[in-house]
Design a protein around this ligand. Structure first.
Ligand SMILES: [Zn+2]
Ligand SMILES: [Zn+2]
Length: 133
């Protein structure tokens, strides 16, 4: 799959993003979500960018050395993925959220459920007496 994040035009994704440097250079293809299984998934969904050697492996801003930069790219990959494949679930495929969005409260629906259960239990007691249980 071709990259859904960047057209291959000889520029480095991070040179452009971080330094507004649009010049052409030698670039490596970097799989944004890397690691054994994820690399294949990155390939499958086009989560790839082209990076100069400095931004790929060798400089202080290299994705393979700088976790903050790597995570920024992962968040961008997730965003682009969700826009490109709205029918697919990122979490189901990659199992990890990289976008810093406010947590939707998980506690509230559970609490509601508990409240409902409690009143349902009370109700079922009445129903039981009526012989419908
Ligand atoms: Zn670069
Ligand atoms: Zn790489």
């Amino acid at each position: 799959m071709k990259s859904i994040m960047q057209r291959k035009d000889g520029t480095c994704y991070l040179c452009r993003k971080l330094h507004k440097d649009y010049s052409r250079k030698v670039t490596h293809c970097h799989h944004v979500i890397f690691g054994t299984a994820n690399r294949k998934l990155s390939e499958k969904y086009g989560l790839k960018v082209y990076l100069c050697p400095y931004h790929h492996e060798y400089g202080p801003e290299a994705v393979h050395l700088n976790a903050a930069i790597a995570n920024e790219l992962k968040a961008e990959a997730q965003e682009t993925f969700e826009k490109t494949f709205p029918a697919l679930s990122w979490m189901q495929i990659f199992g990890k959220n990289y976008i810093d969005r406010p947590e939707k409260s998980v506690a509230t629906p559970q609490q509601t459920e508990n409240v409902e259960k409690t009143s349902a239990d009370r109700l079922s007691g009445i129903i039981f007496l009526e012989g419908n249980y």
